[in-house]
Design a binder for this molecule. Structure first.
Ligand code: FA5
Ligand code: MG
Length: 454
């Protein structure tokens, strides 16, 4: 529940199901897999100051403006972000605290681990509340006689980082004029290059640590090695964040698909100027802790982290070596489809874009500045269905996917079909239970968005 009373207004869109989970702080619960994962990552960044208690309600300024998000950035949309009111929201990322922590200027390196909130897709690797770890390391150019001396120091620090023999696909140049620019006004190519190299090596070391522990756990469980189960593949891809440039994301091959585990880059220099540390240069990253924990323990579904079931919680022990998660049961899935005509006024539907909250503007243009006040049925956005499904079925909904989308050639009306997969983590859902959930979700689409079921 919210710690204080906040005034609500036409921007308020936090549902009770989210508020009910607010404050569980799984990342600091003893013996919770997210806490174990956090500590393991923290241990790879010695000397960093670890902030684990920053409150989750922040201002729009902290979450977006302080990082240089443009006024029309899609991440600000009420379709993607939970607003308490016009000026206050549930942080969508731990970057919301970057400027404040840089301002306090108490250490060269820091991490911030916390719960973050997003209206997002429903599937095994997305959840509306998840946990991130922010990390940053800076060097103060004013500590050195020349800029070259600072570059030399970063180079020395880079050479001291643990080496590894993990093969990482990284076909991209250190920066690229159009796709991933150097901050020309602020950094020399040498500065950006060595900061980027230090950043990537540090994060690769983190991933190697996770895989090594995961491997040991597999072997201890008599399940062979990770490499036998699935080839270990890791790659860097170019990315965009308003608060870093150049920027990258790290992806890991997981159960037949690329899983994005973190975003990072060379810190935007104007951000450091705003934080009153204009002479510092360096890097920052934001890791999805659940994604890493899933790799570490072999946890197959992100909903499990919220389980209060002893069969889940009893499997984790901070004092012992990492153990492979043992599924306590796999209950059958109950897929159900819902097809409907959108009201004519609705088009265009905005589909989920990956990581809309922080990445490049989506081509579909997710922005919505003001809630509609004209009394018309609200415009349907895919994330509305995601939320209805979560609110109605809770953790019994496993996946929601668009499977058909067409426009009637004569009437011009648009039809969508979504497949909603129901599966409880704790018991077998009966046909009647799945039908009842599906019926409630379908009816809510009708009453909230004026769709016509087919
Ligand atoms: C960010 O949030 C940036 N603030 C990260 C960053 C920090 C970049 C500092 C540069 C410098 P992104 O939206 O990609 O980026 O999210 C970061 C990670 O959070 C993702 O890579 C993913 O691992 C995780 N994540 C994102 N959405 C979800 C979700 N719905 N459920 C679980 N994990 C998620
Ligand atoms: Mg991303």
């Amino acid at each position: 529940m919210l710690p204080e009373k906040y005034p609500t207004d036409s921007w308020t869109n936090v549902p009770p199901t989210i508020l009910a989970q607010y404050g569980r702080r799984l990342h600091v619960q003893p013996n919770h897999p997210l806490s174990i994962t956090r500590k393991l990552i923290e241990s790879r960044f010695p000397g960093f100051r670890n902030h684990n208690d920053l409150p989750g309600i922040v201002t729009v300024h902290q979450n977006f403006d302080s990082l240089g998000f443009t006024a029309d950035h899609p991440g600000r949309s009420r379709n993607d972000t939970y607003y308490i009111n016009k000026d206050t929201l549930l942080r969508t990322h731990t970057s919301a605290h970057e400027v404040d922590v840089f301002k306090a200027n108490t250490s060269n390196g820091y991490t911030i681990s916390a719960d973050v909130y997003r209206r997002d897709a429903v599937d095994r690797s997305h959840y509306p509340i998840f946990h991130q770890m922010e990390g940053a390391l800076t060097w103060d150019r004013s500590d050195f006689k020349t800029r070259q001396a600072c570059v030399d120091q970063i180079t020395t620090d880079f050479e001291k980082l643990p080496k590894h023999d993990l093969v990482v696909e990284d076909p991209n140049p250190s920066f690229h004029a159009e796709r991933n620019p150097l901050q020309e006004k602020h950094h020399t190519p040498e500065e950006a290059e060595i900061i980027g190299a230090h950043l990537k090596r540090s994060l690769e070391d983190m991933v190697v640590t996770i895989f090594t522990e995961a491997d040991k756990a597999l072997a201890a469980a008599g399940q062979g090695s990770q490499a036998e189960q699935e080839p270990l593949k890791v790659r860097w891809v170019e990315a965009f964040f308003p608060h870093t440039s150049p920027s990258w994301e790290l992806e890991v091959w997981w159960r037949g698909d690329w899983l994005e585990v973190l975003g990072c880059g060379v810190i935007d220099q104007p951000l450091l100027v705003r934080a009153d540390v204009p002479d510092r240069i360096g890097w920052a990253f934001g890791i999805g802790l659940e994604r890493i924990a899933m790799l570490l323990f072999g946890i197959p579904d992100i909903r499990l982290f919220w389980s209060k079931d002893a069969r889940f919680l009893s499997q984790f022990d901070e004092g012992k070596p990492i153990r492979r998660f043992q599924a306590f049961s796999k209950h059958p899935a109950a897929p159900r489809d819902v097809s409907f005509w959108l009201p004519k006024s609705n088009a265009p539907v905005v589909a989920n874009t990956p990581a809309a909250a922080s990445s490049a503007p989506s081509p579909a243009g997710g922005q919505q500045t003001e809630p509609s006040l004209d009394g018309a049925a609200p415009v349907f956005h895919e994330n509305d269905l995601m939320e209805i499904a979560r609110n109605t079925a809770g953790d019994d909904v496993e996946d929601v996917k668009l499977i058909d989308d067409f426009v009637h050639p004569k009437t011009g009306r648009r039809s969508l079909c979504y497949r909603i997969t129901y599966r409880s983590l704790e018991k077998t859902l009966t046909t009647e239970e799945a039908n009842a959930l599906h019926e409630r979700i379908s009816q809510e689409l009708v009453s909230d968005f004026g769709v016509q079921l087919r």
